[in-house]
Design a protein around this ligand. Structure first.
Ligand SMILES: [Zn+2]
Length: 279
């Protein structure tokens, strides 16, 4: 299993877990991502234990790799507004409780935007919130996503992500998800110096903490700090460089999630493309 490409895309969770697994299967995906709640609103649907039981069977049949849930964009643990931080705390607590219905999976989140408080304060508040919601008993690994550094985003450098991890009481429960579009937009040249970028990731964070990849092309130049995803081969990173990421000896075995602007047929095509180019 380890030697098979683990790839999937973002799917709608509106019909439940079994439906996501079967949709993944239909496009030859063996992982997927989904929002744990409406990405813009707050409410989360109740989890149906029977749906979870059927989901587990489907995963077994499909040979599903780790799945990568995505926290809502409205979660911002380092907003200057107290009620926003309060919501982040409640939503993360609830999301992590829900994640335990599917044990041992990954929960990815954007670290947060400091909204003028400064990066240092942002890092402190993010770590403080995570320390309130992460328990030593949980089976879920929380992933901090590499960000493009647009606006007041925290996580636009490997150093910032490392600084958050250093403040975590149970750091074994916190890893990193590398988004190719975001790191490119943040100024890491994965086209001309992928090995150098991975060396730097290893030096600053430790490659053993890299647990998932978001595979996206970018509409912008390296260092643009913009964050606009493009379909594979239709952006400034290009298909060859993205194949080099997916197929890199140091990254093999990590779940790869496409967040490209596509419907299912487009995702199926991109998954087939990467499978064909996976040695
Ligand atoms: Zn992403």
């Amino acid at each position: 299993m380890q030697d098979e490409l683990i790839m999937g895309c973002h799917l709608s969770s509106s019909k439940g877990y079994e439906a996501m697994a079967r949709t993944a299967e239909s496009i030859k995906a063996n992982t997927f991502a989904f929002f744990t709640r409406n990405p813009r609103g707050g409410a989360a649907k109740a989890i149906d234990p029977e749906d979870i039981a059927r989901f587990e069977i489907a995963c077994e049949q499909i040979g599903m790799g780790p799945i990568v849930a995505h926290g809502s964009y409205t979660i911002n643990p380092c907003s200057a507004i107290e009620s926003v931080r309060e919501f982040a705390l409640q939503a993360l607590t609830d999301d992590l409780a829900r994640m335990e219905f599917t044990p041992g999976q990954l929960f990815n989140m954007h670290p947060g935007s400091h909204t003028g408080q400064g990066v240092e304060a942002g890092i402190e508040q993010i770590a403080e919130t995570l320390n309130q919601v992460i328990t030593p008993e949980q089976t879920t690994t929380v992933l901090l996503e590499t960000m493009s550094g647009k606006g007041s985003e925290v996580g636009g450098t490997f150093e910032q992500l490392a600084a958050i991890r250093e403040r975590i009481d149970h750091p074994e429960k916190v890893g990193v998800c590398l988004d190719t579009c975001h790191v490119w937009d943040a100024g890491y040249d994965i086209v001309n110096d992928l090995d150098g970028v991975l060396d730097e990731f290893d030096r600053v964070i430790g490659l053993e903490h890299l647990r998932a990849l978001h595979i996206n092309d970018s509409l912008n130049d390296c260092g643009a700090h913009k964050d606009r995803h493009a379909r594979i081969g239709e952006g400034k990173i290009g298909a060859d460089a993205l194949v080099a990421v997916v197929d890199h000896p140091r990254l093999r075995g990590l779940p790869c999630i496409l967040e490209t602007p596509n419907e299912l047929p487009g995702y199926a095509k991109e998954i087939a493309f990467f499978r064909k180019n996976y040695r």
